[in-house]
Design a protein around this ligand. Structure first.
Ligand SMILES: C[S@@+](CC[C@H](N)C(=O)[O-])C[C@H]1O[C@@H](n2cnc3c(N)ncnc32)[C@H](O)[C@@H]1O
Length: 287
């Protein structure tokens, strides 16, 4: 990984920041301190500065309900801090065995070993699908390669990366510490394609049949139209948040507001006209 002098300096100051967080500088006399640039597989070891680690975990709203997995966990600081500060469970996947030993020794010394585990291995051969928060500080090529695996995770999983983004998958949020950037993505549910809508309000069903909902999806961004009673109507005020889809259409001069969620392989929600609930609706994918 190429690092600027500024990154390396922040990272160095981050190492000395361990003591301020109550984590030891010398985890265990038998386990040597990791050395900057220690080789890994897809990158060597350069740590995320501790101030940034905190800011990223805050941005991801980590709670005790989370399993925070750091892909390429280096000296273990991210899963360890997630457990120590936020009560989460932590998982680190790290290729370099010495870094795993060092991380384990800190977990032992800090009394966190029951909640934080480190696995030695290749990220691409290790199952991390149970994680609710995934963190990483890896080069752009790695991010491009891991992206399909992240997008296949449970909708709502938070992905937090330091410094390098996810190509054309734009972040949902960012945080800056010392002019360096941490980014957050929420894994969106797959909603793109054609859906056949059915309303449970008989009168509306009759007017609107057949009803097609067409959605174009690019990551968290969606556009689309519905066909209601033979009329093609553009979706207005379209908002998509992880698995919640909201939009409005103007149908026969009346504004109809739809609010639904992707649930399993279906989509369902409510429809409001002029502020009054009109109908529950469901949608299944068109064959
Ligand atoms: C830039 S460091 C980031 C360390 C840590 N995530 C942090 O932010 O402080 C990247 C780490 O990933 C590890 N690594 C690189 N490729 C890997 C792979 N394919 N599988 C597991 N670990 C890997 C390296 O050994 C290194 O410790």
């Amino acid at each position: 990984m190429k690092t600027t002098r500024r990154n390396a300096l922040s990272a160095l100051s981050a190492i000395s920041g361990w003591a301020a967080l109550g984590l030891p500088l010398q985890a265990n006399a038998q386990v040597p301190e990791p050395v900057f640039g220690t080789p890994g597989k897809d990158s060597g070891w350069i740590p995320t500065p501790n101030g940034m680690v905190e800011a990223m975990l805050e941005m991801a709203l980590v709670t005790p309900a989370d399993l925070v997995c750091d892909l390429g966990s280096g000296d273990g600081r991210i899963p360890l801090l997630a457990a120590k500060r936020y009560g989460a469970r932590g998982l680190g996947i790290e290729y370099n065995g010495d870094l795993v030993k060092y991380s384990d020794s800190v977990a032992q010394k800090e009394g966190l070993a029951d909640r934080v585990k480190f696995l030695q291995g290749d990220i691409f051969a290790t199952d991390f699908t149970q994680a609710t928060v995934v963190t990483l500080f890896m080069p752009p090529d790695f991010n491009r390669k891991i992206r399909p695996m992240l997008l296949a995770m449970k909708p709502g999983t938070r992905v937090v990366a330091f410094n390098f983004g996810m190509d054309d998958w734009q972040p949902d949020d960012s945080v800056y510490v010392d002019a360096q950037r941490g980014m957050l993505w929420r894994v969106p549910a797959a909603v793109g394609g054609d859906w056949r809508l059915a309303f449970d309000q008989a009168a509306f069903q009759k007017v609107a049949q057949p009803t097609l909902l067409h959605i174009e999806q690019k990551f968290q961004k969606v556009t689309g139209h519905v066909v209601l009673g033979g009329e093609r109507l553009v979706l207005w005020d379209l908002r998509y948040d992880v698995d919640r889809l909201r939009f409005a259409v103007i149908h026969q001069g009346q504004r109809l507001d739809f609010d639904g969620r992707v649930s399993g392989t279906g989509l369902e929600g409510s429809m409001v006209a002029g502020g009054q609930p009109v109908s529950h609706w469901k949608a299944a994918r068109s064959a």
